[in-house]
Design a protein around this ligand. Structure first.
Ligand SMILES: NC(=O)c1ccc[n+]([C@@H]2O[C@H](COP(=O)([O-])OP(=O)(O)OC[C@H]3O[C@@H](n4cnc5c(N)ncnc54)[C@H](OP(=O)(O)O)[C@@H]3O)[C@@H](O)[C@H]2O)c1
Length: 470
């Protein structure tokens, strides 16, 4: 059975994408399209042709025959939305560009919309509209999923459209599908992730060469790992979005990103990193979700983790997600968390999944709608590292220890390097204590005459499984 000529011509007009030829040399489009004799491949529309979008389209064009042979379903990138059609772009993409979203959203022949524009609006509006029209949506947009996931997922259940977002968390690491499918039979206890490559690059640099945060940030920007405005990364907004998505999938209640306790890395100094090193630890920005009998404890914060922890060696722009559950035990997923190649790998996986589902029946990732029960922040229990500037005089250590005792917080280790000055530094690591107790200690220390100021307060343990020990 041969291709209808108009389809071949249309394909070529749209940028020279090659038609699929079956392995036996016939010009059959796909095995399962034989029923009508006309091409019935999957047409997709792509919103956004930037770092990720361009890579996705190029791979889909280039590997078209391979994917068709694998899936028995031909995939055509029919139309691509951009802001500016006059921007210099590869010639083969030109014929498919549009500035009008309706060219994709209103085209009934487009069954899958791939959103790779970024930002909340208008991406959210376009996704909602595509879903309302019954089109499956693939997106890498963590902001849209973290802020509007349940609403979009529910709309998809009504219209029969799927919402796939593997690329929204940890780039190329297949963590969404693993939580949804392969690990679905487990009772999960904890997820700890390094899910922001920019901050991991910065902290790794500080650890490896003693750079300041500003120096490491400049290097990250120079290498294209950090944006001109890195606030979402440094202030842990990006990590909070990602852990809210992972926790919602893993623990079965929706986690509103606004309820994730979030501390960024701006206050981490080269001295903190050096002190952590001397304690056999490394500072990482850890996004964590832990199931406790009282509910889910959630947060993102710089954390001293012992060098024996599986996440301690994850360096540079890599991402990693540590999962603990029963009966699986411990798992570590590690890989490139950002960039065109890694992210496009996850996006294309979702597109192929949508194509497969079209042939053999639907799949649906339903995000929970009911809010998850969260442990109040004051009851979060962790060890903490504190660095204090104190007066260099007799009795200071006793006064400091007394402050901790008054708040009911035990100390694990105390380190006071010699100082020939009128002031000295004390660094301490507590035993696990509730956040409320820690705040009480800090309040007492602020009023303590011997304490000049608190210079750092950082979480110093992830959980009992890999507890910090000096
Ligand atoms: N880059 C990464 O490493 C990475 C990693 C993980 C996830 N992601 C996610 O992937 C998505 C895409 O990121 P990216 O880095 O590829 O973005 P990008 O390079 O900034 O590209 C954005 C694209 O969307 C188009 N666009 C933006 N706003 C538009 C509008 N209002 N109307 C029409 N077109 C619009 C732009 O058009 P013009 O070309 O005409 O300007 C551009 O082609 C984001 O959600 C991001 O968070 C990215």
């Amino acid at each position: 059975m041969s291709y209808p000529l108009e389809d071949i011509l249309a394909l070529r007009r749209r940028g020279g994408a090659r038609p699929y030829r079956a392995p036996d040399g016939s010009a059959t489009m796909t095995a399962n399209n034989l029923r009508t004799g006309r091409w019935t491949g999957l047409r997709i529309g792509v919103l956004g042709l930037g770092t990720v979008g361009q890579q996705v389209v190029e791979v889909l064009d280039h590997e078209r025959e391979l994917f068709a042979a694998r899936l028995g379903e031909d995939i055509e990138v029919a139309c691509i939305l951009v802001r500016d059609t006059d921007k210099p772009r590869p010639e083969v993409l030109r014929g498919r560009l549009t500035c009008d979203p309706e060219d994709i959203l209103e085209d009934e022949g487009i069954e899958v919309v791939v959103e790779l524009m970024g930002g909340f609006e208008p991406a959210h509006r376009y996704i909602a509209e595509a879903i309302r029209r019954g089109k499956t949506v693939v997106t890498a947009n963590k902001e849209v999923i973290a802020r509007a996931g349940p609403e979009l997922s529910a709309a998809g259940l009504r219209s029969g459209a799927d919402l796939l977002f593997e690329a929204a968390v940890a780039g190329g690491i297949p963590i969404i599908r693993s939580l949804q499918e392969s690990l679905a039979g487990n009772r999960l206890q904890a997820i700890h992730g390094i899910v922001n490559g920019t901050t991991n690059f910065i902290l790794s640099r500080m650890h490896q060469d003693g750079s300041s945060l500003e120096e490491a940030l400049r290097e990250a920007q120079g290498r294209g790992y950090a944006e001109a405005d890195p606030s979402d990364d440094l202030d842990a907004v990006d990590s909070a979005r990602k852990i809210s998505i992972l926790a919602s999938l893993a623990f079965g209640g929706w986690v509103d990103v606004e309820r994730v306790d979030r501390i960024g890395i701006r206050a981490i100094s080269a001295l903190d990193v050096r002190e952590a090193k001397s304690l056999g630890a490394v500072i990482k920005l850890i996004a964590r979700a832990e199931a406790t009998p009282e509910g889910l404890a959630l947060g993102v914060s710089p954390t001293l983790i012992p060098q024996t922890h599986p996440l301690a060696d994850v360096s540079g722009a890599q991402n990693a997600v540590y999962v603990r559950g029963e009966p699986i035990g411990e798992l570590l997923f590690e890989g490139p968390g950002a960039g065109g190649p890694a992210t496009s790998s996850a996006v294309i996986g979702d597109i192929l999944d949508a194509a497969r589902a079209r042939r053999v029946g639907g799949r649906s990732i339903a995000l929970p709608h009911e809010p998850a029960a969260l442990v109040p922040l004051e009851a979060h229990e962790h060890a903490y590292y504190l660095r204090l500037r104190v007066r260099e005089e007799a009795g200071v250590l006793a006064a400091v220890a007394q402050a901790f005792a008054r708040a009911g917080v035990s100390l694990g280790s105390v380190h006071q390097p010699p100082s020939g000055d009128s002031e000295a530094m004390i660094s301490l690591v507590t035993r696990p204590a509730q956040r409320g107790q820690l705040e009480r200690v800090r309040e007492i220390l602020r009023a303590e005459r011997a304490v000049v100021r608190e210079e750092s307060c950082i979480l110093a343990e992830i959980d009992g499984a890999h507890g910090y020990e000096r």
